[in-house]
Design a binder for this molecule. Structure first.
Ligand code: AMP
Ligand code: MN
Ligand code: MN
Ligand code: MN
Length: 279
């Protein structure tokens, strides 16, 4: 069985439409795919309608604020029609628009032309992200790669970094549980936290009753994966897998490079029992 519990569409900063994503997932022979756009669930239902072989799992990637860091929580198997959840996601998307405008203003003070209008056009009604702003700067030839734009302008401490009032981790977990779903700490190694701070994050996430942590992901080093397994075991968290696919590129593909060691319980063990993971 092939399963991937983290990917994006045009509804946020992915480049494929729900239809294109489903087609790609079916070509990759994926059995279960969670669509987890940033702070929106609009792609999920249309993807499910278009799917034949692949089963679409309800998903979302919620931005949260923890100790001054932006931490992403992947929500899975929750009720898409839950009103408290949808109201909270609406607020998050308003915060995203506000932040994009604020980033634009701050970059203007550094001599760049305004980026908000072009970024909003790229987002095309979906959740606007820093990836859209980065794409505008690349299209204009200001920088030639995402990494350069992020490192020069949009990460913590850089001129276009805007700390944002996202919901708390506790609130994200509560909303997901209220809607019958599960909460997963996304890409724990992407926050540039020291081991001590990562442990603190995992500890707090577990205290808030979070359910799982991403452990199977492309390009994770074996010793890093072992460290995440140790943390998961210590804090009794389940293991999740996710490509975080945004667009076709080598080394990041739907359902691929997501192996889990067998000394940890996968997050789907009760929901999809008796299934062996293959990658
Ligand atoms: P946002 O949720 O608006 O803060 O945007 C975050 C998105 O930007 C992530 O989901 C990635 O797609 C992308 N991103 C974040 N950091 C980087 C980075 N350092 N280099 C390239 N892309 C990044
Ligand atoms: Mn993204
Ligand atoms: Mn993320
Ligand atoms: Mn993601």
């Amino acid at each position: 069985m092939k399963i991937d519990l983290h990917c994006h569409t045009l509804a946020s900063d992915g480049v494929l439409s729900p239809q294109e994503l489903v087609l790609r997932a079916e070509n990759m022979q994926i059995d279960y795919l969670a669509i987890t756009d940033h702070d929106t669930t609009t792609a999920v239902a249309s993807a499910r309608e278009l799917a034949s072989r692949v089963k679409i799992i309800n998903g979302v990637e919620i931005s949260t604020t923890w100790q001054g860091f932006d931490i992403h929580i992947v929500g899975l198997w929750f009720d898409l029609t839950d009103q408290a959840m949808q109201n909270a996601l609406n607020v998050q998307r308003e915060t995203r628009s506000w932040r994009a405008q604020e980033i634009s203003d701050r970059l203007c003070k550094r001599g760049l032309d305004p980026v908000y209008q072009d970024a909003a056009r790229l987002a095309n009604g979906g959740a606007i992200t820093r990836a859209h702003i980065a794409q505008v700067l690349i299209n204009r030839g200001v920088e030639d790669s995402f990494v350069k734009v992020f490192n020069k302008y949009m990460t913590r401490g850089k001129p276009g970094y805007v700390p944002s009032p996202w919901m708390s981790i506790a609130q994200a977990v509560k909303l997901l549980h209220g809607a019958g779903g599960l909460a997963v700490l996304a890409h724990p190694l992407s926050y540039q936290l020291s081991n001590k701070w990562l442990r603190r994050l995992v500890n707090d996430f577990a205290q808030y009753r979070g359910d799982g942590i991403e452990i199977g992901m492309p390009q994770i080093k074996p010793d890093h994966q072992r460290w995440l397994v140790t943390l998961a075991q210590e804090y009794q968290l389940l293991a999740s897998v996710g490509s975080d696919f945004h667009k076709p590129m080598p080394w990041r593909e739907l359902g691929r490079y997501l192996a889990l060691p067998d000394n940890i319980l996968p997050i789907w063990h009760q929901i999809l029992p008796d299934i062996e993971l293959q990658h």
